[in-house]
Design a protein around this ligand. Structure first.
Ligand code: SF4
Length: 209
């Protein structure tokens, strides 16, 4: 059942409830992004999941395997397989054979798929421009907060995939406090500024709890 604000969550932004307001604000942002996604998907005769596959493949220039897509999008392999089959029929996605193992087929965009994914991704530019209006320190604090929040949601079983630095066994936080690159990645053997922290790193390995 939804609330009077159309929210599925049992909180009210009008009460003096800090946590409720944080959740309401996060949901408002998520709703806006979902609505834009629906609008774009409908405009191209696609489902939101099919659109997400295209956008994800745009960010994976070397191609991506079905299992990776399913994990990243939080759906089953069967579900992603159906979306990919439709996208292939529409000529938006193609298969790439692995150079050494011809049984493995990665998925990549066709030029038509790339054109749609690039156009759809452009809406993010407006959000990026709005963020750039905010002071850098506030954006850095927001990024760290969101990463910790997602990590907590993952521990609670609410978020299934979060390949972020803060949950990675190679992450060494605050090894050089007060410097521009306070953190360190023990795998890449390089210091990390806050803006270099990754939210979806292919090399991520979960830290042992
Ligand atoms: S491997 Fe990736 S996720 Fe892990 S610390 Fe290094 S950059 Fe971050």
């Amino acid at each position: 059942m939804t609330t009077e604000h159309g929210s599925l969550l049992p909180y009210g932004a009008h009460h003096a409830d800090l946590d409720g307001k944080v959740l309401a604000a996060l949901e408002r942002v998520a709703q806006s992004f979902r609505a834009l996604q629906w609008q774009e998907a409908r405009g191209h005769g696609l489902t939101p999941l099919q659109l997400q596959v295209l956008v994800h493949l745009l960010a994976s220039p070397g191609g991506a395997y079905g299992s990776h897509l399913a994990r990243a999008l939080g759906v089953t392999r069967a579900t992603v397989g159906e979306a990919v089959a439709t996208l292939m029929q529409k000529g938006l996605v193609r298969g790439l054979r692995h150079p050494r193992d011809r049984r493995r087929i990665a998925l990549a965009l066709t030029p038509a798929g790339e054109a749609i994914a690039a156009k759809v991704s452009a809406w993010g530019e407006a959000a990026r421009a709005a963020l750039e209006e905010m002071p850098r320190e506030e954006r850095a604090t927001l990024l760290l907060f969101l990463m910790r929040f997602i990590s907590a949601l993952q521990q609670a079983g609410i978020v299934t995939v979060a390949r972020m630095c803060v949950t990675c066994r190679f992450f060494r936080p605050d090894v050089a406090p007060g410097t521009p690159q306070p953190h360190y990645c023990a795998l890449l053997e390089q210091p990390l500024a806050v803006e270099s922290l990754r939210v979806d790193c292919p090399e991520h390995q979960p830290a042992v709890a």
